[in-house]
Design a binder for this molecule. Structure first.
Ligand code: GAR
Length: 198
């Protein structure tokens, strides 16, 4: 069973979806630590309520690599095997990425490579796409870029606004992250170029 380390910056709904799936036995894993770079992250409170070790390592004003070194030390202290970025609004330094090769996952609320970066759902809505979605991918040294593990699509309805679309994408995120963690922790895949083949 893999030890997960969750990094988040805000609401934490992807974290709680993963925790719920572990609690009901849909996902065989253990969350050993939740780390936030923001003290006001709701996800930290949710972790404490669940009695999961929760750590705040404020990033504001810190050089990126210094903050990353503290984060990696905390992940190591908790014997983390897989790092799951769940709304972690901070770019990892190349050094961080190299500490956990093919062991860092990220969720992004678009069908990558479309709409990387911030507010992806709003970008997709404003662009007028008819199919939106989410992506769970391995983290590499470029933003929203590494090999894709799971994608889920969401139709954009004429009646949608940015908010309703983002909420329907979020429902799919909650399914996609658990699926991706299963695939990676079971190790039943090969990486061929950029392709994850099972
Ligand atoms: C999610 O929609 C996630 O895909 C997005 O932030 C939200 C976090 O929600 N991540 C990114 O945009 C990363 N580029 P949550 O805190 O409720 O899981």
């Amino acid at each position: 069973m893999k030890n997960l380390g969750i990094l988040l910056s805000g609401r934490g709904s992807n974290f709680t979806a993963i925790a719920d799936n572990i609690a009901v036995g849909t996902l065989a894993a253990r969350i050993s630590v939740v780390i936030s770079n923001r003290s006001d992250a709701q996800g930290i409170e949710a972790a404490r309520q669940r009695r999961i070790p929760a750590i705040v390592l404020p990033s504001k004003g810190k050089p990126r690599e210094e903050h990353d070194r503290a984060t990696v030390a905390a992940l190591r202290d908790h014997n983390v095997d897989l790092v799951c970025l769940a709304g972690y609004m901070r770019l990892l330094s190349p050094w961080f990425v190299q500490q956990f090769p093919h062991k860092i996952l990220n969720i992004h609320p678009s069908l990558l490579p479309a709409f990387p970066g911030l507010e992806a759902q709003q970008q997709a809505f404003a662009f007028g796409v008819k199919i939106a979605g989410c992506t769970v991918h391995f983290v590499d040294e470029e933003l929203d870029h590494g090999p894709i593990i799971v994608q889920k699509s969401v139709p954009v309805l004429d009646s949608d606004d940015e908010h309703t679309l983002a909420m329907r994408i979020l429902e799919q995120e909650h399914l996609a992250y658990t699926e991706a963690i299963k695939i990676v922790s079971e190790g039943k895949f090969k990486i061929v170029g950029r392709r994850i083949v099972r």
